[in-house]
Structures are given as C-alpha cells and as structure tokens.
Design a protein. Structure first.
Length: 246
C-alpha cells in the first residue's frame, strides 16, 4: 500500500489502526482523505490478518471537524468535479467490513467525523469530545449516511434535534444518548480501545464476525426475518467450526 498523505495505517498483532492525520486542519475530511480511506478500507476488508480495527484522530484537538470547508460548497475545479463524478462509496465499504470496528473519539467530532464514528460498531469517547452536525448552518443535510445512521443509533427525536438545530452534544450527554458506549479520560482513550480490541481478539474471530452480521443486518429486518438470520448465521458458524476441527 502506498504511503498516505492524510491517513496513517498501521497493523499490530491483528489490530488495524486507522489514524485521520491532518491535525493542522482538525483532521477535516477532504477528497484526498476520502480516496485514501477508500484504499485503506478495501485493504482491511481483504486482509484476514486484521481482526479488529481502531479509528482515531491525530493531534490534541479533534477526531475530525467534518468536511473540508475549503473544498466544500465551492465551485469545483475541473479536477475536483471529475473526482466527484467518480465518487467512491466509502460508506458502503465501511458497512461491508465484517470485522469489529472501534472508534476512539476525542475533541471535535463533527459532520463526517460523526458519520465515520457511526459506521463503527463500538464508540468510545474521551471527556473532551464534542459532537455536532454543522450541516443545518450550511443549508444542507449529511451526505455520508448521517441522516440514516444517527437515528438508528440514538432514536428519531434526538437525531432530528441534532440534524435540524445543529446543537452540539458534549461527551457525557453523548453517552446518555447512546451515541457513544462510554466516556473515559483522554489519556485512557487509546488504551481502553486497545483493551477492548484485545478482549475481542481473545475469542473466535468468526463468532465476532457472525455476531456483527446478525446485529447490523438484523436491525434492518423485522423480528421474524432477524431470527431466521440469526439461526442461519449460527448454523454456519457451527458448521465452519466443525470443519475447522475436523
Ligand atoms: N475544513 C477545513 N479546515 C478546517 C475545518 C474544516 N471543516 N475545521 C477547522 N479547520 C482549520 C481551520 O481553518 C484552522 O486552520 P488555520 O489554522 O490554517 O486557520 C484550523 O483547522 C484550526 O481550526 P480553528 O477554527 O482555528 O480551531 P477552533 O478551536 O477555534 O475552532 C471549530 C474549531 C471546529 C469550532 C472550527 O474550526 C469550525 O467551526 N470548523 C468548521 C466545522 C464545520 O463546519 N465542518 C463542516 C461540517 S459539514
């Protein structure tokens, strides 16, 4: 994989670390980051050695301050216009990864920052994290799944308040809303994410993958179809485990 300009990707002991790395611009999501994230996510999806992935932001101030406003809502240059036409489905790629994804969130978590976090399975936040969707102030709606993923995470009323009023939410409230699983001290954010990753990796990767599929695909089904999905995945898991032993 080529060296990236906006992302650091590392792999240690079965954990992939994806670090958004534009700290001078609060890790704002630009076209370059989109392309690099697309490449990294594709590599993760196709790499059986990666059992768990941790997403984080570089620098002290932000996980990600949303779309890069210097590229955003401006008349596109021919190059940007062309790139936009071949928009890469980063969000579909996120959802196609069957391994557990953990977001370690600090500082500003805005716009695409929340949307990346919502594509992850487990969200940890540090006490300084602040969440918001600045889209209403820009006269737009989220473009990276936020209008669908946010209400699925925190429910319709809370999501609509954030989506329509642009109100920011601090870490403690984000936890009450179930936008994040828990809040830890800043110094504990990565260690806590790593402890969680280690715990998950100590069990069967196949079982973790099936659990993820049962929950994420099941949430879009009615209960009967969800129970059938669970039963299919459970049978497949047993068959694969027996094949592995035999
Ligand atoms: N796109 C591009 N650059 C951004 C950015 C963004 N979304 N958010 C911050 N930056 C840049 C700033 O321009 C500044 O660059 P500079 O040092 O060259 O002037 C640098 O990051 C630091 O940001 P700054 O505004 O000085 O930090 P702050 O702590 O005072 O304020 C925010 C932080 C997040 C409140 C403020 O930067 C902001 O409102 N950003 C825009 C958020 C947004 O609307 N995102 C789009 C979502 S759709």
């Amino acid at each position: 994989m080529s060296a990236f300009e906006t992302i650091i990707y590392e792999k240690r002991d079965g954990t992939g670390y994806v670090t958004l790395n534009r700290p001078e611009a609060l890790n704002a999501y630009n076209l370059r980051m989109r392309d690099e994230l697309y490449e990294v996510l594709g590599a993760i999806r196709d790499d059986p050695e990666v059992e768990v992935v941790i997403f984080q932001g570089a620098g002290d101030k932000a996980f990600c301050a949303g779309a890069d406003l210097t590229e955003f809502l401006t008349a596109p240059s021919p190059v940007i216009a062309r790139q936009a036409r071949f928009e890469r489905d980063v969000w579909g790629l996120f959802l196609s990864i069957d391994r557990p994804l953990i977001a370690a969130l600090h500082g500003y978590v805005l716009g695409s920052g929340i949307e990346i976090a919502l594509c992850c399975d487990i969200r940890l936040a540090s006490e300084d994290a602040r969440f918001g969707l600045p889209e209403p102030g820009l006269g737009i709606i989220p473009a990276a799944g936020g209008s669908q993923t946010l209400p699925r995470a925190i429910g319709r009323a809370a999501a609509l308040e954030i989506l329509m009023s642009g109100r920011w939410v601090a870490a403690a409230e984000a936890c009450r809303l179930k936008l994040v699983n828990r809040v830890v001290r800043r110094a504990e954010l990565l260690p806590e994410a790593e402890r969680l990753a280690t715990k998950i990796k100590s069990y069967s990767p196949l079982a973790a993958s099936c659990a993820k599929q049962a929950v994420t695909r099941g949430l879009d089904l009615d209960l009967k179809a969800g129970l059938e999905l669970e039963s299919r995945l459970g049978r497949r898991l047993i068959a694969l485990s027996e094949k592995g032993r035999g």
